[in-house]
Design a protein around this ligand. Sequence first.
Ligand SMILES: [Zn+2]
Length: 359
Amino acid sequence: MLKKLVNECKFKLQIKTEGPLLVKSGYATAHGPDMSPVLTYRNGQEQVFIPGSSLKGVFRSHIEKVIRSVNEELVCLPYEKPNFVNENNRLICPNYSRAFCGNRFELRKKNTVQDDKRNKWKLLNSDLEDKDGNRKDINPIVYHDSCPVCRLFGSTFFIGRISVGDAYLTLTTPPDVKRYVETRDGVGIDRFSGGAAQGALFNLLVVSAGTSFQTDILLRNFEIWQLGAVMLILQDMEDELIRVGSGRSRGLGHIKGAVNQVDIQYLKMNIAGKKADEIWGLGKFLNGDDSYGTRHDDSLMLANAPPEKQKGIRTIQEFTGEALNDLKIRAMNRFVETIPAWSVPKTMCFSNLQFEPEA
Ligand SMILES: [Zn+2]
């Protein structure tokens, strides 16, 4: 089901720097390694840009924080690996509930694990692997069991629902990089004294305040609460609550976001019976199939809906102004009611797994 396209939402995001911004290039340059912004060639000119991967990372950690503040247990930690400990010949894993969803799926798929004393244990109830060695369709299970953040941003077992494009300078800004980059003095901090380290003054090349970028965010095969999650992230960007790039603790990366248009589209043949004042989420297209863990009535009624436009095989609605505001509030409300009602599936808990020591 998730292989075909059911719905798609495109956000046009504007980003304006409200202070100096540094998205590090990661390459050594004449200005010193790691201290200059990423550059690309566009329209024959060298330009600064904000990589979509950096924005996506910032979005992910922001929504992680929001969901964790509702329920700490619901969100995995992307870098946490399960830590298996042999305690009196019993296998335990104290950090299993925090481990990255991808690592937990990996364990459910494979047969053996090793504890801290290098003893091997066999997993007796592996449920992501077919006993006959046949390929099993694990997509619904992985989607169903993923934490809310992995359901949206993906893991090593699932590609995720959101993609964020690179943010380029807006077309109204002349493509002369020199105008958007300035040098700042940075002071190296001594790790022990907390004061300025001797000789550690360095030049920092940053994107100046007042620089405008734009990019597209795409959300495909989304549930309504996921639309709400993205709306919430973008609202917090608009409210200047999200910082981007390096040196955030030193006051860099202050930006302001703005979304003036959101387009939602479907394939015409998939939405027989949908009214113009409804948004259909993924669950609505699954016709009562519970295997993905979506809700049957995954749709949203709008008070202020734009007309449906037909373009070839697609039906598109363009939300701006009041209609966008109405959509934003209703979708965010769905997020706000969904997260507190979420529970961690048993299959993602260590107590569900059965092991025996391998001979
Ligand atoms: Zn996760």
